[in-house]
Write a protein of this length. Structure first.
Length: 291
């Protein structure tokens, strides 16, 4: 991450006049950048996005020229124009992706919190039901790295109380304000209400644990149904369809006494199928709950 920070600072020093003009159009982006855990500002991220986009334009232009020279053994104005066009398209796509990446990071952050809530609540209930102070319980749970993004929120709570001197209620409210709209946010506000009213923290955690486990079971059931559908799609796209195409191609090649038909399937087999498989694995990663 240190190298990203340094590259972002260098990029900002080069593009700061342009960045200062366009940053007003990306204000909402500033709230999502922190979920990437890159420790850079909005201005630095915009500058880094511009730098990487320009870099991708240059590299795509050069690679396109080299490929066209290898294929056609000639470089004319039309091929140069195509190379520039390819570079601009790739550059725009890279910039759009980088602008959308913080939102994706926020979504992953929220998903990780939701997936780990049942385990966090079970840990917390085990501590508070045995009579341990709620703040000490948070301190113990803060050392559990398996909670992922939720661990970062809890560590921030401990940082507020132990380093900045916040009282527990103020720290809980501060964390609840900055955390994404998840079940954890709801739990923190409910915890504040219970502490203020003098209610039972143990009963609150127990109730949230039951609710969280119930929704987690529903999520696992939904995931099982999605996997069944995805396996059906996998069988069709990556087994049945390629085999069918190969059989048809062999028959047509045999009848026409030409292998050109088989050669025409090469881009499909070497390009489309592997890329589709990567997309399939990514979709599977997105829908799976954290276990």
């Amino acid at each position: 991450m240190r190298y990203i920070k340094e590259l972002a600072e260098v990029s900002y020093s080069a593009f700061f006049p342009l960045v200062n003009k366009i940053k007003i159009y990306f204000k909402s982006l500033g709230k999502d950048i922190r979920f990437m855990n890159w420790d850079i500002s909005l201005e630095e991220y915009l500058a880094l996005s511009l730098f990487l986009s320009i870099l991708s334009i240059v590299f795509t232009f050069i690679i396109s020229l080299v490929v066209m020279w290898i294929l056609f053994r000639i470089i004319d104005y039309f091929l140069i124009f195509l190379s520039i066009l390819y570079g601009l398209i790739v550059g725009v796509l890279v910039f759009v992706y980088l602008i959308g990446y913080p939102k994706l990071a926020k979504t992953d952050y929220e998903k990780e919190i939701e997936d780990n809530m049942p385990f966090f609540l079970l840990y917390l209930y085990g501590f508070v039901s045995s009579g341990i102070n709620i703040l000490n319980a948070f301190r113990m749970i803060a050392n559990r790295k398996e909670l992922g993004s939720l661990n970062r929120e809890i560590k921030y709570l401990i940082y507020l109380t132990d380093v900045l001197g916040y009282d527990l209620l103020s720290a809980l409210i501060e964390v609840a304000k900055r955390t994404p709209p998840t079940q954890f946010k709801e739990f923190l506000y409910e915890l504040v209400s219970v502490i203020r009213s003098g209610g039972s923290i143990s009963d609150l955690v127990k109730e949230f644990s039951r609710s969280s486990l119930y929704y987690y079971e529903l999520k696992l059931k939904s995931f099982s149904e999605k996997v069944t559908f995805l396996l059906t799609m996998y069988t069709f796209l990556f087994i049945a369809l390629p085999l069918t195409l190969l059989i048809v191609a062999f028959l047509m090649a045999y009848v026409s006494n030409s292998i050109n038909i088989l050669s025409s399937l090469r881009p499909f087999m070497l390009g489309f199928i592997p890329m589709s498989y990567i997309v399939y694995l990514y979709i599977l990663y997105l829908v799976q709950p954290k276990i």
